[in-house]
Design a protein around this ligand. Structure first.
Ligand SMILES: Cc1cc2nc3c(=O)[nH]c(=O)nc-3n(C[C@H](O)[C@H](O)[C@H](O)COP(=O)(O)OP(=O)(O)OC[C@H]3O[C@@H](n4cnc5c(N)ncnc54)[C@H](O)[C@@H]3O)c2cc1C
Length: 400
C-alpha cells in the first residue's frame, strides 16, 4: 500500500516541524516523518533571532515559546584575560522589529510543541520511528521508501522537503555534493544549574568570551547555563567527557575547587559546508541537510527556519495559486543558497576568528574594532541588524 500526500517533510527537527506546520496551517495535506521515537532533548540551538520570532508569531506559537524561554535583549563580548567587555542592546532595533531581543529557548522545545500540534491537525500526520531509506522521482511525484519498526512502507508525494539534518540520507541519494570543510577541533557543551552569574560579575544571558587559548560561550536558558568550549581532537571522548575535563573547564571560569554538577555533556564535530544544490526536481533540501556552520552567532537553526519559510512561500504559490513550479523552486535555491554562502558562512567564520584572535598586550585587534563600532551609532546598528539576521532576509528578498 502506498500512503499518499501533497507534501512529505522528512525530519522533525526545528526546520521540518516549522515547514510541516506552516503547510498544514495553509490547508495543504502534509506528512512529517521522523526516524527517532520522539524529538530528543539535545543541547544544540537555543537562540531565536528577531526575524525567527516574527515567524513564530505568525505561526501563533510565540507566546508559548516565550513562556518557556528567556528574553535576552543584551549580548556581550568579553576578553577572558582582561575582563574588558562590549555590550550590544537589541532594544535599539525596536523600530525595525516588534521583538528586539533574542529568545533563549532550546530547539527541542520548538520541535516537541509543533510536532504535538501537527499530530492533531486535520491537514497533517506525524509518524515517528520512520527512517527514510531512499527516494525516487518522476515527472509527477516522488516515491519514498521508509523503514518502520515492523515494515518497509511506501509514500508518494507531489514534493518532498528534506529536513533530515547534517547526515541527510536524501542529500546523499540525490548525489548532491556537500562542499566545505570540517574544523580540526570539536566543541564541548556542558550544561549546569550552577548560578554562574553569581561568580562572574556583569554577565548577560548571551556572552561570547574571547581568548586565544580557550575561548568560550556562556549562554543562559531557563534553569541552566550552557558552556561551550573548543577541545583538542586528539583527546579521546572519554577524557573530554570526564569529570576531570569538566572540573578544568569550570575551574578556569570560576576558580579552583568550585563544585559544579552538569546536566548534559556533549561533543560536537563542527563543519562549514553548503550543498551544491538545494533542489533536485521535486525534492528540496532545507536546514542542516543543506548547510552547516559553527554555532557562533546562533545562525544554524535560524537560517534553517528561514529556508523553511522561503520554501513554504513558494509551495503556497505553486499549490494554492497554480503558479509554475520550476521558476519558483529555482528561486528558492538561488535566494537561500546565496544568503547561506554570503552571510551565514562568512559571518560564522569571522565570529569564530574573533573569539580565538591572538592577544598581544591588552586588547586584540578585533576587540578594538568592536569597541569602535559599538561607540558609533550607525555602525553599531548595522552590526546588530546583521547579527540579528534582519539584513540577510532583506538581502534575500532582493535576489530575483
Ligand atoms: C553545539 C551547538 C549549538 C548550536 N547552537 C545554535 C544556536 O544557538 N542557534 C542556531 O540557530 N543554531 C544553533 N546550532 C545549529 C542547530 O542545532 C542546527 O542548525 C539545527 O538543529 C538544524 O535543524 P534541522 O531541523 O535542519 O536538523 P536537525 O535538528 O538535525 O533535525 C533533523 C531530524 O531529521 C531526522 N532524520 C535524520 N535522518 C532521517 C531519515 N533518514 N528519516 C527520517 N528522519 C531522519 C533526525 O532524527 C532529526 O530529528 C547549534 C549546533 C550545535 C552543534
Amino acid at each position: 500500500m502506498t500512503i499518499r500526500t501533497r507534501i512529505l517533510v522528512v525530519g522533525a527537527g526545528p526546520v521540518g516541524v516549522v515547514a510541516a506546520y506552516r503547510l498544514a496551517q495553509a490547508g495543504i495535506d502534509t506528512i512529517l516523518l521522523e526516524a527517532n521515537p520522539d524529538c530528543p532533548e539535545d543541547m544544540r540551538a537555543s537562540t531565536f533571532h528577531p526575524p525567527s520570532l516574527e515567524m513564530m508569531a505568525e505561526l501563533g506559537i510565540l507566546h508559548e515559546l516565550e513562556a518557556i524561554g528567556l528574553k535576552a535583549p543584551v549580548y556581550q563580548y568579553r576578553n577572558r584575560r582582561s575582563g574588558n567587555r562590549v555590550e550590544l542592546d537589541l532594544g535599539e532595533l525596536a523600530d525595525v522589529t516588534p521583538y528586539p531581543y533574542r529568545l533563549q529557548c532550546e530547539q527541542f522545545k520548538l520541535s516537541r510543541l509543533l510536532s504535538a500540534r501537527l499530530d492533531s491537525h486535520p491537514h497533517a500526520q506525524v509518524f515517528f520511528q520512520r527512517r527514510v531509506l531512499n527516494i525516487e522521482q518522476d515527472a509527477t511525484g516522488v516515491t519514498v521508501h521508509v523503514e518502520s519498526p515492523l515494515a518497509i512502507e511506501q509514500y508518494r508525494a507531489d514534493y518532498v522537503i528534506a529536513a533530515d539534518g547534517a547526515n541527510s540520507t536524501i542529500r546523499k541519494w540525490l548525489g548532491i555534493e556537500f562542499e566545505g570543510f570540517t574544523y580540526p577541533e570539536r566543541f564541548l557543551t556542558l550544561s549546569s544549574a550552577y548560578p554562574i552569574e553569581q561568580d562572574i560579575a556583569g554577565l548577560a544571558h548571551v556572552n561570547y568570551v574571547a581568548d586565544a587559548q580557550e575561548w568560550c560561550v556562556l549562554l543562559r536558558v531557563p534553569g541552566l547555563w550552557r558552556v561551550l568550549v573548543p577541545t583538542e581532537d586528539a583527546d579521546d571522548d572519554r577524557l573530554l567527557l570526564s569529570d576531570a575535563k569538566k572540573n578544568r573547564v569550570f575551574g578556569g571560569l570560576l576558580g579552583e575547587g568550585v563544585e559544579v554538577e552538569t546536566y548534559h555533556r556533549t561533543l560536537y564535530r563542527v563543519h562549514q559546508r553548503v550543498a551544491q544544490n538545494f533542489r533536485k526536481g521535486r525534492v528540496m533540501l532545507a536546514g542542516d541537510a543543506a548547510h552547516l556552520n559553527n554555532p557562533l552567532g546562533g545562525f544554524g537553526m535560524n537560517s534553517g527556519i528561514h529556508d523553511a519559510w522561503n520554501l513554504t512561500d513558494k509551495l503556497f504559490s505553486i499549490i494554492l495559486d497554480g503558479a509554475e513550479a520550476d521558476p519558483l523552486l529555482d528561486r528558492y535555491e538561488r535566494q537561500r543558497r546565496t544568503i547561506t554562502r554570503q552571510f551565514v558562512q562568512a559571518q560564522t567564520i569571522s565570529n569564530k576568528q574573533m573569539l580565538e584572535a591572538p592577544q598581544a598586550a591588552g586588547k586584540t585587534v578585533q576587540e578594538e574594532k568592536l569597541e569602535k563600532l559599538a561607540a558609533d551609532a550607525d555602525q553599531r546598528r548595522d552590526y546588530m541588524m546583521r547579527q540579528a539576521m534582519i539584513l540577510s532576509l532583506r538581502e534575500e528578498a532582493a535576489i530575483a
